[in-house]
Design a protein around this ligand. Structure first.
Ligand SMILES: *[C@@H]1O[C@H](CO)[C@@H](O)[C@H](O)[C@H]1NC(C)=O
Ligand SMILES: *[C@@H]1O[C@H](CO)[C@@H](O)[C@H](O)[C@H]1NC(C)=O
Length: 567
């Protein structure tokens, strides 16, 4: 541990430049040993193979506190190389720990590897999931909640209880069958159902797969469909509860609602929001948020509902919120949510704003970083497309469909290994020409302030994620983006988050301060798209080699491809 201590001390000193700072005793360590295996579960009522972590599906939650050191010794007992990524954890100075193929060699079957990362200056609701292949479609995902340190005041009272809800779409086909289908050049069908925390009892949908029913309606079987969130009587009248809600699915946006109750939004992906009240909320693939719910309705049971957005048919699942003392089952119909209404979703997205006076993980106001006044150093326009290359389905970004080299980009970069990637494969704006396979890396100087425009000229919704940083979501609009759209940006109180939806035939703009040196994955959270090429990497770099800006490769780093362990 000696080496670790030293590094962290150096880090603290570096961190405190320019701000008032007390060096506390070392931040706490939390140790986890996770064994990943196959197992059998019946999320949709039919037994199927899933991926378990320590026998659990979903995987065990991590409950941490800002600045904790997290050590996860991951033992891979499945038959394929594996990595887990920590969705939204910034891995400050340490893209080595990011758990994607661009930064680490995968953990081979029957071997293990220990991640060591810090929840540095972060707070809020996050998730983790397998980043390799299509593993995420079979499990190996879970919650990663980061609570505030004792010196931090969050802008709401301590809730009377806490619930983490992981909502995911689900296929009866396992990851291998899904992968085979994608490898053969075919797109994935609509998922078979929706799960809440790995279970679905209220599953219902209209129409058969592939058959579109003209008017989606929500059907429900009332008998034996209840998934009690809480078997004991844990919800009491007059009390208020915190629900952390994440979409850990692989393909569809969801809408979330609680019958007879309003939800007060307090946090999205590390930003404390203005406390707006919602009847239902859209959560796109890979996104997380926190709501508070006060129980002041008559004592009975109520439906908690998640349904898919922008799909035909609409998939729905439910759970039950059971008031203490209730003897009455929830009453139908299920509360109705939006189904295809794109404009509704875009309008709602614009109402989600930063509370400028609240603090987040650190005790200074979130609004103190005046993101709207900082000059932009570069604008990137990243356009996704569905295409065919060599006769097979692929997804591209600015005409390039990403392929993983056998040598992780980060290792190639650090050890100057030639022939792995270059900065010329992908352009930073869409250009005419043929679609190609390639290893896309865009190069930035450390501390650049960059405008990313995600341009979606397809008729399906997109969900884009940036590793290593959050970004301010300043605008959503329809059609093709141009510089005049900047007049419509929210330069004052946009939220900073890690995953951004882009509506069909629309654009989304975000501003990111690239102050985290490393190699960072920018990916579609829609997993079949990412698997078939809708991703790239952003290299944030300066030539000064210093622990103040970037950690050395960890001592346990794995080497593969052209990268050999240094002697
Ligand atoms: C693998 O697990 C063993 C036993 O728990 C541990 O000592 C070792 O450090 C782990 N290896 C890596 C590379 O993390
Ligand atoms: C914003 O945060 C402040 C400080 O914590 C809090 O007092 C206030 O109620 C919040 N405002 C809204 C509208 O959420």
């Amino acid at each position: 541990m000696k080496q670790g201590n030293l590094l962290i001390q150096v880090f603290l000193l570096a961190y405190c430049f320019g701000s008032v700072c007390v060096i506390n005793a070392e931040d706490p360590y939390r140790f986890f040993t996770w064994t990943v295996t196959y197992g059998t579960r019946s999320p949709l009522g039919v037994p199927q193979q899933v991926i378990l972590i320590n026998g659990q599906f979903p995987g065990p939650p991590i409950e941490g506190v800002t600045n904790d050191n997290i050590l996860v010794n991951l033992i891979n007992k499945i038959d394929e190389p594996l990595l887990i990524t920590w969705n939204g954890i910034k891995q400050r100075r340490m893209s080595w720990q990011d758990g994607v193929l661009g930064t680490s060699c995968p953990i081979q079957p029957n071997s293990n590897w220990t991640y060591h990362f810090q929840l540095k200056d972060q707070i809020g609701t996050y998730t983790y999931f397998a980043s390799t292949s299509m593993h995420r479609a079979s499990g190996a995902f879970g919650a990663l909640n980061v609570n505030q340190r004792s010196v931090i005041f969050v802008p709401y009272h301590k809730p009377d209880g806490d619930f983490t809800l992981l909502v995911s779409d689900w296929y009866k086909m396992g990851h291998k069958a899904l992968r085979k289908r994608l490898d053969s050049g075919r797109a994935l069908p609509l998922p078979d159902g929706l799960l809440i925390n790995g279970a679905s009892k209220g599953l219902a949908f209209t129409g058969e797969h592939g058959k579109l029913s003209s008017l989606p309606t929500i059907l429900l079987r009332l008998d034996s469909l209840v998934l009690y969130l809480c078997h004991a009587s844990c919800f009491s009248t007059g009390k208020f509860y915190r629900f952390r809600i994440s979409n850990v699915g692989i393909s569809t946006s969801i809408n979330f609602r609680i019958q007879g109750h309003m939800m007060t939004l307090v946090e999205v992906e590390g930003s404390h929001t203005l406390e707006e009240v919602y009847e239902s909320l859209d959560v796109h693939v890979g996104q997380s948020l926190t709501v508070l719910v006060t129980l002041k309705a008559p004592v009975k049971d109520y439906f908690i509902v998640a349904s898919t957005r922008f799909t035909k048919p609409v998939l729905t699942t439910s759970a039950i919120l059971h008031y203490k003392g209730s003897k009455t089952r929830p009453s139908r119909p299920l509360p109705i949510g939006p189904t295809y209404h794109i404009h509704w979703s875009m309008k709602q997205a614009r109402t989600i704003r930063l509370n400028l006076t609240a603090n987040a993980a650190r005790p200074n106001p979130q609004g103190a970083f005046h993101y709207g006044t900082i000059p932009i150093s570069q604008t990137l326009v990243l356009a996704n497309a569905r295409t065919k290359i060599n006769g097979k389905l692929r997804y591209t970004v600015n005409r390039v469909s990403y392929v993983n080299p056998t040598t992780p980009l980060k290792l190639a970069d650090w050890y100057n290994i030639p022939g792995v990637f270059d900065f010329k494969t992908i352009k930073n704006i869409p250009t005419p020409g043929p679609s190609i396979l390639g290893t896309s890396v865009l190069d930035f100087a450390l501390h650049e302030y960059v405008e990313f425009v995600f341009q979606n000229n397809e008729r399906s919704i997109q969900s884009w994620h940036i590793d290593g940083t959050n970004a301010y979501v300043v605008g959503y609009g329809t059609g093709t983006w141009n510089v005049a759209m900047r007049k419509r940006y929210n330069y004052v109180d946009a939220v900073s988050r890690h995953t951004f939806q882009v509506y069909p035939m629309s654009w989304t703009s975000v501003l990111a301060s690239l102050d985290n040196k490393g190699m960072w994955n920018v990916r579609s959270q829609i997993w079949s798209r990412r698997y078939l090429g809708q991703e790239l990497y952003v290299r944030v770099w300066n030539n000064e080699r210093s622990l103040y800006t970037e950690a050395e490769p960890p001592l346990n780093a794995l080497y593969c491809g052209k990268a050999k362990r240094p002697v």
